[in-house]
Design a binder for this molecule. Sequence first.
Ligand code: GLN
Length: 553
Amino acid sequence: ASDVYKRQDLSYGGNNKDRMKFRLAETYLLLAEARLMQNNAQEMVLVIDFGGQYNQLIARRVRESGVYCEIVSYKHSLEAIKAKNPKGIIFTGGPNSAYLEDSPTIDPEIYTWGVPVLGICYGSQLMMHMLGGHVCVAPEREYGKTVVDLDTTSPMFAGLSEKNVCWMSHNDYIETAAPGFKIVASTPNCPVAAAEDAARKLYCVQFHPEVLHTENGTKMLSNFVYNVCGCAGTWKMDSFVEQTVAELKERIGDGKVLCALSGGVDSSVCAAMLAKAIGKQLTCVFVDHGLLRKNEREEVCAVFGEGGQFDINFICVDARERFYSKLAGVTAPEGKRKIIGEEFIRVFEEEAKKIGAVDYLAQGTIYPDVVESGLGGESATIKSHHNVGGLPDFVDFKEIVEPLRDLFKDEVRQSGRELGLPENLVARQPFPGPGLAIRIIGDVTPEKVAIVQDADAIYREEVDKLPMSERPSQYFAALTNMRSVGVMGDERTYDYAIALRAVTTTDFMTAEVTMLPPATITTAANRIVNEVKHINRVLFDYTTKPPATIEFE
Ligand code: GLN
């Protein structure tokens, strides 16, 4: 790595910004290579993405069953796929039709190379089409829950009943299976709902086992990885934490690491991991921009600060006034976001300058931030960590360290638990980088922040009385900029309306409105108007995403 930096220092002749960008790109490349080597040792199943909507779900389900799984675009060469040394391959669904000329395809050697392949939906149609079956437009397309007849002698369906509700989503279908294949599932509209060629270890399902609407879908995938691929199941969060801590120790040596701690799940787990590995060599900078939820700063300081769980250097910057004065009078959502992002970087840089040169900058990047998309650009899309809002230009560091880069969110939470972080931190809802500023419509003032903080705290307290399984994925209060007339103690009031939101989602790309028990909403509403000054009306947001977004701005 240091050779690369030296080369680069010469050619950019001191242009700090360009040099940093180049360093970053190079670092990612080196990391990717290193990861490739590392993956060769780790037992893994590879998902080949053909543009399916549920590609990440497939990988999550496989990992839940104890086998490490990564997603790569179908555009990779067979050599690159082989280099990953997978124990099994899974083709995802996709929007195209397998029988059309320009549709995504794959090197046919994938079927003879000896590693088991499971095709899902488009993946199943592609496999059949390539191997001599007949795929065409279905006379009756299927969408939604469908009862499928299973042949339970198939290793895929071992231990299941003969009728199983499966999630279907297709316009095309496999009219006849390819030679050598045995049909192991069907529906009245779909003669080949699943087929297998046990000798060649090729399997395909028209439905989506990765979607939770498919009963026993996770069992089917785990059947594939254990019964067909012969995996041992070595992917466990406790061993991941232990191994990563050891790797970080070795890689960092006696170097210094700087970490921007937001208080969110990812950066907290990242910091905890590093704290375990290198203790006092880690400095965490936490910026209170005055747009945090109620008591959030205190909670973060209690865990990471003086007298907390970890022996690290912890700096809490009170930048509230700075942010409030920059935001004064600004009403445009994008304007607010931009100001906050930029100011955050400035504050962080100032703190970093006080610390001086460090060896590593730690980031809580997680797998969904870096995963390739099948139909996307030719190369891997690399996003900087969205919560940090871009990388600081003037922080003097040599390399980036991202200990959570391979993990899905639920795995990050699990790692946090392994590291002993408190449940309220580990189970925390997603919270946007610009914080409450985008939950206050219009201009932001310290008074409005206090109003939304108090209302939000009451609402969350009430929802948190529900059992875990009934709680929405995300629930919060937002301050509308609307004022209306009310009456309190026989007096006219003219005050703000607060909006409550509750959504259920698995991926945060789409979201449904959560129907909370009426008592929860009315109690919360009652308490809010009684306990929070300047609120005289509570509204509930009944909009799905799309067309609305989860956040208000
Ligand atoms: N586009 C194909 C079809 O309509 C596959 C759909 C899918 O993979 N979900 O049948």
